[in-house]
Design a protein. Sequence first.
Length: 274
Amino acid sequence: MNVGKRLRFRRLFTHRRSVIVAIDHGSYWGYIAGLENPNRVVEKLSETCADAIAATPFTLKRVCDSIGNLAAVARIDSSVTVYDDMENDMPITTVEHLVAMGVDAAMTMCYFGGAKSSEQQRKLGMLATECEKLGLPLIVEALPAKLIDYHFSREKARGKALTDFITIEDLLVVSRVSAELGADAIKTYYLGSIEEYKKVVENANIPILVLGGPKVKTFEEYLELVKNAMDAGAKGVVVGRNVWQREDIKSTMKVICAIVHEGKDVEYARRFLK
């Protein structure tokens, strides 16, 4: 990792592990409960232990006065909506633009194993090359294409579980290939046992940030997932709906940070819930 990347990356990892809150969902859904006013959400997050927010470039522009000391991750692709084929997701801006904005990292999707897998992988490789030139870390949201319906809460996936769509072997593939194509960190799902997921972490050879995915039935279920992922060696979380769709964002962040930053167990962390 070059000097530019290292200097920016340290802003995401002021603790040994990172808590990034994603607020980029509006670029796909248009409307989503809890994100009607991104500025209000970011103002609350700026007063918490969160390390960073992840958003589209022009949402970052609109919330920059509210961001406080939070690091900024910019989504570089967001060219599809609820109406579209997700595998057509391509860049909406340039790495040069993001560097000029002063962001700390770029984030891109990459779908593997679908009809447009080769196009997606080429996108990743070309973005990684530009990020390397300009010293900007690249976080890759690496997903098997067969997971798209589940990931975006589509009708076809209603009532089904993550394990109905993917296996630990899928995560081994998408994480390692992302690293081979130039990712500096990977955002993907947690699956399986702690011992099984350790293989994913070790095989990737770069930091893995576990995504939150659809809002879970109980918050305790999400906390157990986070704790297991940290015990398996993940370097943090990227969480969205499981934070800003809850009534008290600040106490929610205290609980998550207790597990991610401090290594506390779920029982201890739950003390911060109001």
